[in-house]
Every structure is written in C-alpha cells, then in structure tokens.
Write a protein that binds this ligand. Structure first.
Ligand code: NDP
Length: 451
C-alpha cells in the first residue's frame, strides 16, 4: 500500500524535530504535527527560558562580590517585566530557528494535534494522513498531585515564565530539579522563597554529599526549606493563598502571593492520542520501547519524555537521531544510558555523571568502592564576601581503578562535567585522571590528582 509519508512524527519538540530533519536528510518523505509552538518543553517552557532566568538571578551574587574587587555598584534593582519580555523574544526567535530547520529539511508541518485513527492513519486537524512509520514524540507535562487539597490554586513551571509580576513570597512544593532550580532563581531575584519537601534533603536520587551541599547552600542563601512534609493543603486567602504543611514537628500555615509553585514531577503527554486504538503498550504510564525506540507495535516508535527514559533534552535528541539513522540511514551508534551527565542549575550549580556513592556500593559492594573528595572555598569567593564552597567527588572501583561516578557542586559545574563525561564514557581510570595535567587556577583542576 502507498502511504502519504514514509514517516509521520507526532510532536515538534527536541526529539521529534531531530528525528524528522535527520530522516528527511536521509531522503524519507516526512511530516510532523505540532499544535503548539515548535521546540517543545525545552525551548518554550523548560531548559532555555529557565537557564536565562538562572543567568538573571546570578547577577545578585556578582553585585555582592563586585565591591571586594574594587567596583562601586549603585543600588541595584530588578525589573521582572523586562526579563519576561526579553525571554519571550528569545523564545520566539528559537521557534523561528526550528521552523527554518524543518523547512530546509523539506519536512511538511501540520500545525495541529494528531491522533491515531488506526496503526497507519492519523487524524490531523481536518485531514487524515497515512504513514509507513510513525514516531511519537509528544513529551511530558507537569503532574499535579491528587493528594493536596486546593492544588488547583497552584501554578506549574509552565506558568512561571508568564507571570505579569514577580512574586513577593513564593511557596514551592517539591524538592526535585524544577523545585530546587526555581527556588534558587526566585531567591536570587529577591523573592522570599519557602520550599516544602517530603525528604530530609532536596534532590532525592543524587549523590548524598551533593544533596547536603546544595541543601545547606540554599538555606544559607535565605531559602526556607521545610523538610519531612507529611501533608499539604492549599486554600485561597484575602491577601493571596495559604499553604498549610504538616511535619513530624507540627503544623505551619504560610501565606504567599496568589502563586505557589507545584514542582511535583512530570508525566507523559498521552491524553487524546488514541493509543488505546492501536495497542501500544505502556510501562508505568510511559511508552515502553526497546533499544531501537520501537514500541510494542513494530512500525511505531517513541522518543524523549514520553518514554520511560530520563527526561532530558539531549537524551531525546540522541534518541530521535538514532531512530532516524536506524530506520532511514546508516547504522547508528547505540546510546550509553549509563553515562548520561546532567546538571541542576541551582545556585550553587551541581552536575553529575555515572554512579553515586550509594549506587556504586550497592552494585560492587562497599569493599570495592573508593571515594575521593575535596571541599573548598573557590578562589573567586576568597576575595569576595561569598561563603559558597565547591565540592568535587570521584567514585572509583577499587579492583579495576575505573571511575564510576563524578560529581561536583560549584561555579560552571555543568560546563566542567561535560568534559568529565567524555572521560567516563571512554572508561577512564583514576590513574588516567591523575596523569592529566591540571589547569590552574580553576575549580576543574581538583578532578585531577584527588587524594
Ligand atoms: P522530580 O521528579 O525531579 O521531583 C519531584 C519532586 O516533587 C520530588 O521532590 C518529590 O518528592 C515531590 N513530590 C512528588 N509528588 C508529591 C506529592 N504528592 N506531594 C509532595 N511532594 C511531591 O520532578 P521535577 O518536576 O522537578 O522535574 C521533572 C523532570 O524534568 C526531572 O526528572 C528531570 O528529568 C527534568 N528536568 C531536568 C532539568 C535539568 O536537567 N536541569 C531541569 C528541570 C527538569 P520525593 O522526592 O519525596 O518523591
């Protein structure tokens, strides 16, 4: 049977666009459906606008440090609407870049939602199209917990970029990536921030040394963290919203502006896709795929946040390109999910690749794991009044000398970890790190010659 397209991609985020343009480059006839702006979460309400806000928030530290370096800085003030407008403008520019990328590749764009009619047919706007292969790349969306009464009064990270005014007092629910990053952003911009978390420390799942360091640094910077929360209730009040939190130590009622941010995880965007009509199987609410991104239906594939894989833009990009190469081009290099670096853009910043200390001990036994770490005040902060310290840590397998994990907290942690991730992907040993000549003075040099 002749299909309208060789490939139909549902979703115009990082993974979908990467796959569509790569497949078209291999000569496939490709179409893509995206009802919203091109670029997905990363460009429109995630990584990019968030990082621009991180840059804005970190000026406050620079103003504090400047005087120690001989600069006279006038009283600084921050204007939220200016930042919001600048971010919106940059987002729009990037939407255009993605549009040009699809146009150049010859991908047909359908500016509509698509839903499955049958295994090879999709309803897109008022049309029906058929394709030999279909890629689901619809991403995820914020998950609002059902166990918090009044949660409808909370905003999510999707909304924060559009607030007309900066919140004066913000309660954040959640201690993960998004909650912790926005706690630091808003704190840096001058908002009073209270963060409610269920665990003892922020960022559950990361190496415990890093969690301790970030937790302490956030508190030192004035963020009030309420840990061990057992229950939360939100209610509208005359002057905003009240958030009542119960912990083993008692109950606290907090008043915030008419905003409080729920950053309580994300879920795949599967509603309305019609997956039930075609028999694509799910695993814990996400689309289950094999190493080739194939779903339980052999000509239907999925990449990015809609799958069970880590919800990170570079993962979606790699998966999209790998899928396109495998199906329409040369044999791709498989993705190594064991060495995926990531960063949390808190202030201070943290980044990580490979196993945590606990994960390494569980996998190889405590006797076969050696830890190297250093905790110090970076040179930049010695002259300034900034108290923030840096932490550098390596997790090494004793029997093989292989570096299993690298972790750091400090300025430019993300930039530094990208290079370290190359070393770990290549299977570097502690001896390889030690023979590498340092760059001095830097924070990164601490990774070589750790004792
Ligand atoms: P996370 O899974 O990282 O964190 C969710 C947080 O919400 C946890 O602290 C969790 O607590 C808490 N939580 C969950 N349910 C409830 C509830 N019912 N009541 C109270 N608290 C609750 O999700 P995020 O939303 O922060 O981020 C989603 C994903 O987006 C991340 O996993 C990451 O992959 C991606 N991301 C990556 C970024 C980066 O690379 N820099 C930045 C932002 C997002 P507990 O720990 O107790 O379960």
């Amino acid at each position: 049977m002749a299909y309208d397209f060789d490939l139909f991609v549902v979703g115009g985020g990082s993974g979908g666009i990467a796959a569509a343009s790569r497949a078209a480059g291999h000569g496939a006839r490709v179409a893509l459906a995206e009802a919203d702006r091109l670029g997905g979460t990363c460009v429109n309400r995630g990584c990019v606008p968030k990082k621009l806000m991180v840059y804005a928030a970190r000026f406050s530290d620079q103003f504090t440090a400047a005087a120690s370096y001989g600069w006279q800085v006038e009283q600084s003030t921050f204007h939220w609407p200016t930042l919001r407008a600048a971010i919106a403008q940059e987002t729009e520019r990037l939407n255009g870049v993605y549009q040009a990328m699809l146009d150049d590749a010859g991908v047909a764009l359908f500016p509509h939602y698509a839903r499955f009619v049958d295994g090879h047919t999709l309803a897109v706007g008022d049309r029906t199209v058929t394709a030999a292969k279909i890629l689901i790349a619809v991403g995820g969306r914020p998950k609002l917990p059902g166990n918090i009464p009044g949660i409808e009064h909370a905003i999510t990270s999707d909304d924060i970029f559009h607030l007309p005014q900066q919140p004066r007092r913000l309660v954040i629910i959640g201690g993960g990536y998004i909650g912790s990053e926005f706690a630091c952003i808003l704190n840096g911009l001058g908002t009073e921030v209270i963060q409610i978390i269920r665990a003892d420390r922020v960022l559950r799942g990361f190496d415990d040394d890093l969690r301790c360091e970030i937790h302490g640094a956030m508190q030192q910077r004035g963020i009030k963290i309420i840990a061990h929360s057992e229950s939360i209730a939100i209610a509208p009040a005359e002057a905003g919203v009240t958030v009542t939190v119960t912990t083993p130590h008692g109950q606290d009622t907090l008043l915030c502006d008419a905003v409080n941010l729920a950053a309580t995880g994300r879920i795949p965007n599967l509603e309305g896709l019609g997956l039930e009509r075609i028999g694509v199987q799910l695993k814990e609410g996400a689309i289950a795929v094999d190493a080739q991104q194939r779903t339980s239906v052999s000509h239907i594939f999925a990449v990015g946040d809609v799958t069970e894989h880590p919800s990170l833009t570079p993962v979606a990009l790699r998966e999209g390109r790998q899928f396109a190469d495998a199906e329409f081009g040369p044999t791709p290099v498989p993705i190594n999910y064991d060495a995926i670096p990531s960063a949390v853009f808190t202030t201070p910043e943290m980044s990580t690749v490979g196993l945590t200390e606990v994960e390494a001990q569980t996998k190889f036994g405590p006797g076969d794991v050696q830890i190297y770490r250093t905790h110090f005040r970076p040179l930049h902060n010695t002259l300034s009044n900034l108290e923030t310290k840096a932490l550098v840590k390596l997790v090494v397998q004793t029997s093989t000398d292989r570096v299993l994990g690298a972790h750091m907290v400090g300025d430019h942690a993300a930039e530094i970890m990208q290079g370290i991730a190359i070393a770990l992907t290549m299977g570097a040993t502690k001896a390889d790190f030690d023979v590498t000549v340092a760059i001095h003075p830097s924070i990164a040099e601490e990774f070589v010659g750790l004792e």
